[in-house]
Design a protein around this ligand. Structure first.
Ligand code: HEC
Length: 110
């Protein structure tokens, strides 16, 4: 029985922060004003057009928007993807939420 309980809590901890998309209703996330600065401050050094780690160039809106699920996995340090930013602390929850709400709102180029 305790095995079942433990595996449940691990799954829970592995999930993104936003499990209820209505939590994003009050915040409209902007790609230009919210997402780009987070990427510039934490990711672009290793993920740009000339040095695209793992083949990922986060200077490109089309790449960021098409791979946003992978980004959300990585910044949450989920077990089924590499943890990002690499060799650095996990992003603050408020920044991780920006990615999640941006995705919930359709990953717009806004
Ligand atoms: C110090 C360099 C570095 C930084 C900073 C960095 N990455 Fe990465 N990233 C990598 C490397 C290298 C890979 C290729 C996989 C590996 O070898 O770890 C990668 C792979 C990825 C992947 C693919 C993960 C997978 O499982 O295939 C995603 C998504 C990603 N990075 C997102 C980000 C995001 C978002 C940030 C900023 C919050 C970031 N990275 C910051 C180096 C970095």
């Amino acid at each position: 029985m305790s095995f079942v309980f433990l595996s449940c809590s691990k799954t829970r901890a592995d999930r993104p922060i936003i499990t209820d998309s209505s939590l994003c209703d009050s915040v409209i996330v902007s790609y230009a004003n919210d997402i780009v600065p987070i990427l510039q401050n934490n990711c672009i050094g290793c993920h740009n057009s000339t040095f695209a780690s793992g083949g990922n160039n986060w200077e490109s809106y089309s790449e960021v928007s098409s791979k946003v699920d992978q980004i959300i996995c990585a910044v949450n340090h989920n077990s089924d993807c590499f943890s990002m930013p690499r060799f650095a602390d996990k992003l603050e929850d408020s920044l991780i939420q920006k990615f999640e709400c941006w995705a919930v709102q359709g990953s717009l180029n806004n």
